[in-house]
Design a protein around this ligand. Sequence first.
Ligand SMILES: [Zn+2]
Length: 302
Amino acid sequence: MGAAVIAGAVVLLLLGAAAPAFADDPPTLPPRAVPVPRGIAATPSGGSYEQLISYANDSARDLGAIQQEARDVAAERNETLAQISTLAALTQKPSAVRDRLEREALRLSATTKIPSASTVSPATREAADEMRTLRVELKQQYVALQADAVALAPYAVIVSPNGAWTTPALGELTQGFGRTTYQGEPARVYDGVYYAHFHEGIDIGADIYSPVVAAAPGRVVWVGHLPDGAMVVLIAHIGGLVSLYAHLDDRIAPPRVAAGDEVQQGQIIAAIGMTGMTTGPHLHFAVWLNGELIDPLSLLAP
Ligand SMILES: [Zn+2]
């Protein structure tokens, strides 16, 4: 009976190794370096418009770093999956060693001899040890993968691929980006050219209180009033992009987001208003790429 039990244990060990089912208590795992995406620096309290924009651009750069870290984790995960697949194939592959082990197990189960250390051949013990090691490694890989998934989950939004941006408000384009004859816009040098009046974004005239949505997935980095009274939301996006939504309402339908929030593309973040210097309800929408203003229309779907 003792021999049959031992033989059965050997067979179970072998068959158990073939299918990676882990009923054992988890082994003590060595510490594993899972890249933890960095957070974003604390929101500044106040400051000039330039300081805010600079802060937002820094945040976009941080998001870029997070994206890179997430890519590294994904690459590591793919590598781990490949290793698991290799290990699984190894444990399932019919081999001379395995055939010999099965014959050994059958021989043991057919005998009534009292088992002793000598009834299990060194080859059997060696192969069994190898199988056990493989199982432990497989288990460790699975546990590590689970840890990766947990660490990455909160960043699913910001690492989603960026396609065309969503128009942030439904309405009429009342002023484009760049050179303008509108006297209210300040002078600016852009791309080495001086403009007496330069519009930093686009204006979309829309009904008061109609929704304003995030143009792309990202992280809100600032919500508040500019010195001129305009209520704004600033969002950092992967790829070094920052979007600004200005003249938002701050009384009936104030912004629905706060600094630190992650937003989806198309998510309602605020409502059209008339805060700041404006002659009518509209959204002023501006975009920076790596700290430089760009024409938002270049990102919006045609
Ligand atoms: Zn404007």
